[in-house]
Design a protein around this ligand. Structure first.
Ligand code: ZN
Length: 300
């Protein structure tokens, strides 16, 4: 098995790894996400050191976005309109390709994590599923009929609109584009702003969690109705609060109200909406799968 490189470029950290899979990670490095110049330099140094010991066959990059993942597009390899300061219109792929000279795979962080879970984790054997991350932002990706979702560019599930009862919850949301879109109401900064404390500091019986499960379930119901996924994997810092899962299971069932007569939803909700089996490594492991696919397709 040829040696592969993977980068998970997340909103808060850059994770670089070399290996062939979860049981064979030869080296790994993490850097806080700062500026493109600094982070790409750190990644290049890490993989060059690796290449001096043993050649890498390909590199996969799973990046926060929005991005252009279409290899035939003139802006392929770029982060596009991100509100993250300093990162809009950054070319991620070109500097790495120039420095390392190997095939490059490039997709969203959530499509990357979906690939990881599909190969080694909670989505094995499925052909239509969704991977969501709820952390500093909310993002979603996954597969339909065995292929990663792309289309126009890639899904932006975190920016769906969900019903917002302004009397019950006067918080306006933090999305710089939409205010109270799905992620604007449910990602980490929303909890911090609404309740005045970080999510992990909120006690398990705090009313924040019922409201959080309510909003998350509204968006999940949309995803279930729209894509008919066989399973939904939910990761990210907020979902590390595992007590959210049973709340979501109950609320999602209530919202769907018996309309979707599928056994996983009627009887097996706790194995339908699940945490990632690969935990926080789903993204970087998925990046290795992206690398493998780039190698197979000779994407230079
Ligand atoms: Zn938005």
């Amino acid at each position: 098995m040829p040696l592969l490189g993977g980068i998970e470029a997340g909103g808060t950290k850059f994770v670089c790894a070399v290996g062939t899979g979860p049981e064979d990670i030869r080296s790994e490095a993490r850097f806080p996400t700062s500026s493109p110049g600094e982070n790409l330099g750190q990644a290049i140094d890490f993989f060059r050191q690796q290449q001096s010991r043993e050649p890498l066959a390909a590199l996969g990059i799973a990046s926060f976005g929005p991005i252009d993942p279409n290899p035939r597009s003139p802006t392929f390899g770029k982060i596009t309109t991100t509100p993250k300061p300093g990162w809009a219109h950054t070319d991620i792929v070109a500097p790495l390709r120039q420095a390392l000279g190997i095939p490059m795979g490039f997709d969203t962080d959530v499509n990357g994590a979906a690939l990881g879970e599909h190969r080694w984790g909670a989505a094995q054997g499925l052909d239509t599923f969704v991977y969501l991350t709820v952390g500093t932002g909310l993002g979603g990706g996954g597969m339909v009929n065995g292929k990663l979702m792309h289309g126009l560019m890639h899904p932006e599930m975190g920016h769906m609109r969900v019903p917002h009862d302004w009397n019950a919850d006067p918080y306006a949301g933090f999305c710089p584009y939409h205010g109270d879109c799905w992620g604007g109401l449910t990602a980490g900064p929303a909890l911090q702003a609404r309740w005045g404390t970080r999510a992990e500091k909120l006690p398990v019986d705090h009313p924040a969690w019922d409201l959080q499960a309510h909003y998350l379930s509204l968006g999940l119901a949309n995803i279930v109705c729209l894509l008919s996924p066989q399973r939904i994997v939910m990761g990210g810092g907020i979902m590390d609060q595992r007590h959210l899962f049973p709340l979501i299971h109950n609320q999602l069932k209530k919202i769907l109200n018996g309309y979707i007569q599928a056994k996983p939803i009627i009887e097996e909700m706790d194995s339908y909406i699940v945490p990632p089996s690969l935990g926080s490594r789903a993204g970087v492991l998925g990046a290795l799968v992206l690398a493998q696919e780039a190698m197979a397709q000779q994407l230079w």
